[in-house]
Design a protein around this ligand. Sequence first.
Ligand SMILES: *Cc1c(COP(=O)(O)O)cnc(C)c1O
Ligand SMILES: [Zn+2]
Length: 394
Amino acid sequence: MEYALRCIDCGKKFEKDELHTCPSCGGLLEVKIELESVRVDFKFDGINLRVWKYASLLPIKSKPVSLNEGGTPLFKTELVSSSRVYVKHEGMNPSGSFKDRGMTVGVTKAIELGKKAVACASTGNTSASMAMYAAKAGLKAYVLLPAGKVALGKVAQALMHGAKVIGIKSNFDVALELVRRISEEENFYLLNSVNPFRLEGQKTIAFEIVDELGYVPDKVILPVGNAGNISAIFKGFRELKELELIDTIPRMVGVQAEGASPVYRAFREGKTDITPEENPETVATAIRIGNPVNAKKALNAIYESDGLSVSVSDDEIIEAQKLLASKEGIGVEPASAASVAGLKKLEEMGEIQDNETIVCITTGHLLKDPETVVRVCGEPVEVEANLESIRKVL
Ligand SMILES: *Cc1c(COP(=O)(O)O)cnc(C)c1O
Ligand SMILES: [Zn+2]
């Protein structure tokens, strides 16, 4: 396969995998695959779903660092009665979030480039995933987190898998700024979603949706934080269309939390870039981001797919989390539930047609954030150890 990194702003191409941003204008880079040079060697037959099933569309030449990521379940739900709504539960990946799809490609690229250490800023899941894959690859892992604002399950993973975890007394956006600088100084391979190879792994969500459904859905709804995933999934669909493997692209719907909604506000005002928010706040800590690096890519994805962006309140997010858990048996963390809260919002807005097919991406697992669960569901009741006491509380 032939590919280059192409700047989404000035269009210049670079054949240097190590770059993160355009050396000429500072713009975001994306992996431009010369699709004529690709020989697609997989079939959309609905079987053996895994990230590396789609290796012929991934810009990697060496043996993958893999933990069997991908192949997540696509559940048929009753969330909206007039249409077919599926939930693709990315919380069923090895570390419990979709970040694993990006990390298997990103960490493999780190090895190809001869790097000894990887680094990221994280609202939690990126660090958990990076720590796992770095452990598997034998690389050192450095993590910068907004202190006190990361769900407990995620910190636990990063620590146990052996990352050096540093809490910053500020927010995610500042942590990302700092880790970008320190990575350059120390020659760490940066694995935030500004890294275009991570998005290559994440585009396999689009491939799997087509593979499992056997057709292209009308809408894909997902939470938007740093805005990499929506850009990646759109890119996946666009490549399939350019290869003439599908003939439509779903409308991409990006959902943000009210307290952290720069992409939503830019969309509402018809802009192609965001105005950053200084103090983002939401219960959905995974998308508590005021200055999403991939905003331009995400807004492109939304406009080009004739999609939209909506914002939802923390109450709506928790309500959707409870609905998914109690009616569908799907346990997700708050940020993930934003996709379903967004679905409900679209329903209220009259933006859902009868009989359309919608896929909501639930990005992370319920167990990631046990503290929020205890806060919204309360502690279990405690009683004396006899039948009478138990009967009383049944
Ligand atoms: C990272 C993450 C998001 C946000 O994805 P972006 O690519 O940053 O927009 C949403 N939900 C969960 C659970 C995440 O871990
Ligand atoms: Zn450029």
